[in-house]
Design a protein around this ligand. Structure first.
Ligand SMILES: *[C@@H]1O[C@H](CO)[C@@H](O)[C@H](O)[C@H]1NC(C)=O
Length: 192
């Protein structure tokens, strides 16, 4: 009995430490979000630029000009190359990985793998018109907390203010804390 309680307390404290270090845990479970049900990955292929991201997106911290290319692989997976330029030294990096939809009936619920030291997790497309914007959500439950990342992507390096506001409203309606978004720097980038 006593040791059981100690284990649970340890888990709670561990969760709290993770909470404040990562600065991104929210109380409670992941929000129940609706993804696009008729998602067409082929129409999603191509290049997307990051317009907004959650401030706790550790693997992108300190980087600007973030964009990613999605394409078909021979084995049916989605090839993903994530490009970024370091804000301070201007050095560019590219992370190559893959994505796939484990459940063919939920094609918008992608799992993304950019390598374990960068990002492995849900990559759920909440909404996109394929030609301008895409809203992506990722969330994991940890005990009493949830850890989530969200992105607003655009086909170009900018997105009209009205489109940004519409997306923020849609994120908020989905139960996502829009105050955690930061603007992704797409200025001073080399030509693409
Ligand atoms: C998916 O998108 C591709 C590329 O735009 C298009 O050719 C194809 O017809 C679409 N598939 C469906 C089922 O709408």
């Amino acid at each position: 009995m006593k040791s059981g309680a100690t284990v649970i307390l340890g888990l709670v404290l561990g969760g709290l430490v993770a909470c404040c270090q990562a600065n991104a845990f929210s109380w409670g479970w992941c929000p129940t979000v609706e993804v696009m049900n008729d998602f067409n990955i082929t129409a999603y292929f191509g290049r997307w630029f990051e317009i907004l991201r959650f401030e706790n997106t550790e693997f992108e911290e300190g980087y600007k000009c973030i964009h990613a290319d999605y394409s078909a692989r021979d084995d049916g997976l989605v090839n993903v190359v994530n490009f970024a330029t370091h804000e301070n030294n201007g050095v560019s990096r590219s992370l190559e990985g893959f994505a796939f939809a484990p459940n063919p009936k939920a094609p918008a619920k992608l799992e993304m793998n950019l390598g374990s030291s960068y990002f492995i997790g849900d990559f759920w497309v909440l909404d996109t018109d394929y030609e301008n914007f895409a809203m992506v959500h990722s969330c994991d439950n940890y005990f009493f907390f949830n850890y989530q990342l969200n992105w607003l992507l655009s086909r170009t390096q900018t997105l009209e203010t009205g489109d940004v506001q519409d997306a923020l409203r849609e994120f908020e309606d989905a139960g996502i804390y829009v105050t955690s978004f930061i603007e992704s720097d797409q200025t001073g980038c080399s030509e693409f």
